[in-house]
Design a protein around this ligand. Structure first.
Ligand code: SF4
Length: 348
């Protein structure tokens, strides 16, 4: 019985009914992404595009170019096409193959937003005993409130090294057989730093029931869907409502003796040959990471407009799917053009 021998990762299977759940009930202004004021009444800070939470991946993309992230929301068709690039697909299949080495992946039909979050909670509950007994887990969901915003993500891999330290390993696949340049590497360091912040807060018991319920606007009394209850039971969790599951989750974490993450590691793998290009250790500086995060969150809170790339990083635009429509790039070209004209006039 594979379910007894291997850990399981649950993924939500979106039926037609549930597709509708993906459409945010919050009305928003498509151009500015600013959510209506009424959503701020429960004390949670309203975010652009009606978002209730941000993901680690989205914040890491923001380190590359904020404008690009915004265009991803405004022009989803272009984003969809960009995601179908061969290297993106290859990267995803390498990740899945790695996950399948240690987990079985089970699709579960969900009926509500609460079901979708419940699946993450069950996945973590299922992986805790594996970690406690020193084994490796992959695709571990993490979440929590950082700098006032609910952030969630999925850790590629957690395992212990020979010194008994808990090591986070993030796999990055690359088309080129070389380590990334500074700009890309910065985003990767930021990403694993955020994972550590979220994981450590979870094991320290800093994530509270009201964080999940209020930020995600979930109902504790909501009965879980039949498939979710079945899979919870299969891993030894007997619950009926979302609130019961959340209580079980928080209690189990507080009683576990899981350590904080000791080592952050980035592993770069060449897509063509599947060989490892190199492994990079990342230093964790919490105050610097939080300061950088606050800077990025200013945009999401509507405190400033989105920024495009710096002039020294204009090379990023040449491979950008939004190059043709980007007003930041257009404005910058016009500024450069007028500067050149002025220089030519002065020289004459
Ligand atoms: Fe950012 Fe350049 Fe793309 Fe505009 S064209 S979204 S500035 S990378």
């Amino acid at each position: 019985d594979t379910q007894n021998d291997r850990s399981i990762t649950f993924t939500p299977s979106l039926s037609n009914t549930v597709e509708k759940l993906k459409q945010s009930p919050a009305k928003r202004n498509e151009e500015t992404g600013v959510k209506r004021k009424r959503d701020a009444k429960d004390g949670c800070i309203p975010l652009r595009f009606g978002k209730l939470h941000l993901t680690v991946s989205l914040l890491s993309e923001q380190t590359w170019c904020e404008k690009k992230v915004v265009y991803g929301f405004l022009r989803p068709q272009i984003k969809k096409k960009d995601k179908q690039r061969i290297e993106v697909k290859t990267g995803a299949s390498i990740h899945l193959a790695r996950e399948l080495e240690v987990h079985d992946v089970v699709q579960i039909n969900i009926q509500s937003h609460e079901d979708a979050v419940a699946i993450s909670l069950i996945s973590v509950l299922n992986m805790i005993p594996w970690l406690e007994t020193g084994q490796c887990v992959r695709e571990l969901p993490v979440f929590g409130v950082v700098e006032g915003v609910y952030i969630k993500g999925v850790i590629d891999e957690l395992s212990y090294n020979q010194k008994g330290e808990l090591v986070l390993k993030e796999l990055k696949t690359r088309k080129q057989d070389s380590l990334p340049g500074d700009s890309q590497a910065y985003g990767h360091r930021f990403q694993v730093g955020l994972y550590k912040l979220l994981f450590d807060a979870l094991v320290r018991g800093e994530v509270k029931k009201e964080h999940v319920l209020e930020h995600l606007k979930l109902r504790a009394y909501q009965a879980l869907g039949a498939e979710v209850i079945t899979y919870a039971t299969n891993v030894g969790i007997n619950v009926v409502t979302f609130g019961e599951l959340l209580d079980t989750f928080l209690l189990t974490l507080s009683c576990s003796d899981l350590p904080c993450i000791d080592v952050l590691q980035l592993e770069y793998c060449h897509q063509g040959s599947s060989s490892i290009i190199g492994t990079v250790l990342v230093q964790f500086d919490e105050s610097q990471l939080r300061a950088e995060l606050r800077g990025y969150l200013e945009y999401w809170r509507g405190q400033r407009e989105p920024k495009g790339v710096d002039i020294e990083e204009a090379w990023k635009c040449t491979s950008c799917a939004y190059e043709g429509i980007c007003d930041w790039r257009k404005n910058r070209s016009q500024v450069l053009e007028s500067l050149h004209t002025r220089m030519r006039v002065n020289m004459n």
